[in-house]
Write a protein that binds this ligand. Structure first.
Ligand code: NAD
Ligand code: WQD
Length: 346
C-alpha cells in the first residue's frame, strides 16, 4: 500500500483529497498545524471513510518539524503539499508571514526529500501565477505575469524552486497543479470550506448572504470588458479537484511523467461572470440573492479561465461537475452548517 504524507490535510482542499485517497486504498499521514483548520475534521474524515489516518499536529515552516516527519516516514512514496497561508489581502498586509510560511515549508520539504529519498511531490499551485493573461483561455505555457500579491508571488517562487530542484536532482519527481477557483463541498456534508470571519471569496460570500448571515453581496465592478461587465473566472468543484490529486499521484507513482517536473491547469475550462454565478446560484437553490454593484476590488483580474487540454490528455482527468452542481453543493453545505453549528468549531 502506498504511503502519502499530506501537508495541510485538514484544510479545505486537503481534507477532500485525503478522503479520496483513503477511499482508494492509500495509507495517509496528515501533517497540519491547525492554523486554518480544526482537529474535528480528522474525526469527520474517519466517519466518511471508516479509516484512521495518522495525524501529526506540526508547523512545517519549522525545519526540525519537517525533518522529523520525513525521517520517521522515510518509506513514504510521495508528499502532497497543500499547507500554506492563502489570504491574498492578508499577504499584502503581512508579506513576511507569507514568505516565511509558504517558502520555508517548500524548501524544508524538498531538503527533506533529498535527504530521506522520498521521491515524489504534488504541489498546490494556483491560477494566480498567470495574473491577467493576454490570451484566453490560459495554457500551461502562458508566461507568468508579475504577481499581484505576496501570496501570488509565493506560488510563482515555489514553482520555480521545484523546477530548479527537479533540474538538479533527477531522483525527485514533482507535479504542480494550478487550481482555478475551487468551490463546493463533499456530498456527506461533513467537510467543506470553513472561512474564518467574513469570507473573501465569492461563493462562500453568496451562500452566507443567502443564509442571512451577511446582509447583501457586493459585486466588485460591472465595467469590465466581459459579456455583462463583471469579471470572469473558472470555478471548479472541490471534489473534482480532489480526484485530480489522486490521478496526478498515480502518474508519479507509475513513472508516467514526460519530465520529472510537470504542471497542469485544473479548471473546468468554462468561464463564468460574477452575475452568471449569482443567477446559477438562484436557479440551483430557488433562493433570491440580495446584491449591489460597488467599485472594483483592487488587484482583481478582469477575466481568466483554463485551457484544460493538457490535464485532460496527460492525466486522463476532466472536471465532471457543472456550475449548477457547484452552487447546489455549496448551498447544501451552508444549510448543513446552519443546522449543525458545532461543525464550525470554536
Ligand atoms: P486551507 O487554509 O483550508 O488549508 C491549508 C491547511 O494548511 C490548513 O489546514 C492549515 O491549518 C494548514 N497549514 C497552513 N500553514 C501550515 C504550516 N506551516 N504547517 C502545517 N500546516 C499548515 O486552504 P485550501 O483552500 O485548502 O488551500 C490548500 C492549498 O491550495 C494552499 O496551498 C492554497 O494556497 C492552494 N490554493 C487554494 C485555492 C483556493 O481558492 N482555496 C486556490 C488555489 C490554490
Ligand atoms: C471571484 C470573483 C471578485 C467576492 C482568489 C485568489 C486566487 C485564488 C482563488 C488561491 C472576482 C468577485 C468576490 C465578493 C465579488 N486563490 N467577488 N464580491 O479573486 O478569482 O481568486 O481565489 O490561490 O489567488 O485571489 O476569487 O472568489 O475572491 O473572486 O464581486 O464579495 O468574484 O471581484 O471577480 P479570485 P474570489
Amino acid at each position: 500500500m502506498s504511503k502519502i504524507i499530506v501537508t495541510g490535510g485538514l484544510g479545505y482542499i486537503g481534507s477532500h483529497t485525503v478522503v479520496n485517497l483513503l477511499e482508494d486504498g492509500f495509507d495517509v499521514v496528515i501533517v497540519d498545524d491547525l492554523s486554518n483548520s480544526q482537529h474535528d475534521i480528522l474525526r469527520r474524515i474517519e466517519t466518511i471513510t471508516g479509516k484512521q489516518p495518522e495525524f501529526l499536529q506540526l508547523d512545517i515552516s519549522v525545519r526540525d518539524n519537517v525533518m522529523s516527519v520525513l525521517r520517521r516516514h522515510s518509506d513514504a512514496d510521495a508528499i502532497i503539499h497543500f499547507a500554506a497561508s492563502k489570504a491574498v489581502g492578508e499577504s499584502v498586509e503581512n508579506p513576511l508571514l507569507y514568505y516565511r510560511n509558504n517558502l520555508n515549508s517548500m524548501i524544508f520539504l524538498l531538503e527533506g526529500m533529498q535527504e530521506t529519498g522520498i521521491p515524489n511531490m504534488v504541489f498546490s499551485s494556483s491560477c494566480t501565477v498567470y495574473g491577467q493573461p493576454d490570451k484566453l483561455p490560459v495554457t500551461e505555457s502562458t508566461p507568468f505575469r508579475p504577481a499581484e500579491s505576496p501570496y501570488g508571488n509565493t506560488k510563482q517562487i515555489c514553482e520555480e524552486i521545484i523546477r530548479d530542484v527537479c533540474n538538479a536532482n533527477k531522483n525527485i519527481q514533482a507535479i504542480a497543479l494550478r487550481y482555478f477557483n475551487p468551490v463546493g463541498a463533499h456530498d456527506s456534508h461533513l467537510i467543506g470550506e470553513l472561512p474564518r470571519g467574513v469570507p473573501n471569496n465569492l461563493v462562500p460570500y453568496i451562500t452566507q448572504t443567502a443564509a442571512g448571515i451577511l446582509p447583501e453581496l457586493r459585486i466588485f465592478g460591472d465595467d469590465y470588458d466581459t459579456p455583462d461587465g463583471t469579471p470572469v473566472r473558472d470555478y471548479i468543484h472541490v471534489v473534482d479537484l480532489a480526484i485530480a490529486h489522486r490521478v496526478a499521484l498515480r502518474r508519479l507513482l507509475d513513472r508516467r511523467q514526460k519530465n520529472n517536473y510537470e504542471y497542469f491547469n485544473l479548471g473546468t475550462g468554462n468561464g463564468y461572470t460574477v452575475l452568471e454565478v449569482v443567477k446559477a446560484f438562484e436557479k440551483a437553490t430557488g433562493v433570491q440573492l440580495r446584491y449591489r454593484i460597488v467599485a472594483r476590488r483592487p488587484g482583481d483580474v478582469e477575466k481568466i479561465w483554463a485551457d484544460t487540454t493538457l490535464a485532460n490528455r496527460e492525466l486522463g482527468w476532466k472536471a465532471e461537475r457543472s456550475l449548477h452542481d457547484m452552487m447546489k453543493s455549496a448551498w447544501e453545505w451552508q444549510l448543513h452548517l446552519r443546522d449543525h453549528p458545532e461543525l464550525l468549531g470554536s
